[in-house]
Write a protein that binds this ligand. Structure first.
Ligand code: FAD
Length: 368
């Protein structure tokens, strides 16, 4: 089912909700809430009105309790934390999670359900939406009201303003890079708002999905998280080998940056898939994005458009990364506003051989 509504909307829909209540699907790790879920809470606040925000956390063991306490105490915008504490949620598999969302929605009838647009949200939310017979709106970058949302289309070359005209709940995934985390220490602990979900209605057979947890392999490093890093250093196919890619890692280490890669670099086996930036990888919006040996394909640019400053090093002066990209204009019409002005992709471009430039940079940059 298609998420957009390009129909002209009758005015009777414009104020059809009086009080709002939002369920945010929360990811947690090591006792803390993931930044993308905090951004989803912030997005929920922008729905306007008298919106009470509940954070849904599922898992098992002490790290779940720790994450819940953390969210309840320190996030001023969360009014309630709902806890699904069961071993069936130890690993965030989409099928039991979707059933859980369905169960919670049947009981509490939220007006909105929001998740971050990472692999967790993309996996769970559409399944839950199907169970609730709702068309989800994905990759929202701006919220202009309780039923009016902006999302990129055509790999980010245009922005579409979408009005939701369906029944409750309105279900969204939001791009974390477009919303702040909004985390601020609350002066008063409000950890009394943690509520355990009664899972007795959760039919065991219902959770039997087509996926099962096998193992997780993750490059757990000291480096910042790619999706939220202030600086990202990316390598492309121009690096030529996994061995050479280590130069990118060294440079990132010196700059306190996250490492990114193009799909070509991932496909060539230089680095794991989790480092891919772009349309089918992570969306980043750092203050500084440095691209080495990256041609600047449209699918890669889709993931870096919101970076504040882009620096590119490429030996080909005609590489697309040295050319212009279409920047989307603002959007006022509820259908689609096509983008209409061009800006250079790279704010700073250096035509040269990365095998000379990176060692020079490594030599000149001070030790961290
Ligand atoms: P190339 O295009 O091969 O560019 C390598 C560059 O390195 C060249 O410009 C070359 O001049 C330069 N170079 C070579 N040697 C040197 C040197 N010694 N010094 C300096 N420069 C050098 N791509 C993504 O990145 N992310 C995505 O999410 C993504 N999603 C996709 C989704 C779809 C549906 C499709 C069809 C494609 C997608 N792609 C994605 C792939 C994308 O189209 C490009 O193929 C890819 O981004 C190219 O990666 P690259 O720039 O590393 O490689």
């Amino acid at each position: 089912r298609v998420a957009h509504s390009s129909r002209f909307v009758s005015p009777r829909f414009s104020n059809f909700r009086i009080s709002l209540s939002t369920l945010v699907l929360g990811e947690h790790k090591g006792g803390s809430i993931e930044a993308s879920s905090l951004c989803a809470v912030e997005a929920a606040k922008r729905l306007g009105g008298d919106n009470s925000v509940s954070l849904l956390l599922a898992g098992s063991g002490p790290s779940l309790q720790e994450a819940a306490a953390h969210a309840a105490c320190f996030h001023p915008s969360i009014s309630k934390v709902l806890l699904a504490d069961s071993e069936r949620f130890t690993y965030a598999l989409a099928e039991p999670w979707a059933k859980l969302v369905h169960l919670v929605q049947q009981k509490d009838s939220y007006s909105h359900i929001i998740a971050g647009s990472g692999s967790f949200g993309k996996n769970v939310l559409p399944r839950a939406a199907a169970l609730l017979d709702v068309s989800p709106i994905t990759d929202v970058t701006e919220i202009s009201g309780s039923n009016l949302f902006v999302r990129p289309i055509y790999a980010g070359n245009a922005l579409s303003t979408v009005r939701y005209t369906g029944s409750n709940p309105c279900m969204l995934t939001i791009r974390a890079t477009s919303f702040p985390t909004g985390m601020a220490p609350a002066s008063v602990s409000n950890d009394k708002c943690i509520e355990k979900i009664d899972l007795s209605a959760f039919n065991e057979d219902d959770a039997d999905g087509k996926s099962r947890y096998v193992s997780i392999s993750s490059q757990d490093t000291e480096r910042p998280d790619l999706a939220n890093a202030r600086i990202v250093v990316t390598g492309g196919r121009g690096l030529k080998s996994a061995e050479n890619f280590k130069m990118i890692e060294k440079l990132a280490e010196k700059l306190g940056a996250a490492v990114g890669a193009t799909r070509a670099a991932v496909d060539a086996g230089f680095v794991p898939n989790e480092l891919q930036v772009g349309q089918t990888g992570k969306i980043v919006a750092p203050e500084l994005y440095m691209a080495f040996g990256v041609s600047g394909a449209i699918q890669h640019l889709a993931g870096i458009r919101d970076s504040k400053v882009i620096v590119a090093v490429n030996k080909d002066a005609d590489a697309p990364i040295f050319q212009v990209m279409i920047k989307s204009l603002s959007h006022t019409h509820p259908i689609v506003m096509l983008s209409s002005f061009h800006v250079p992709v790279a704010d700073y471009g250096l035509v040269g051989d990365l095998f000379e430039i990176i060692p020079e940079l490594l030599e000149k940059l001070p030790e961290k």
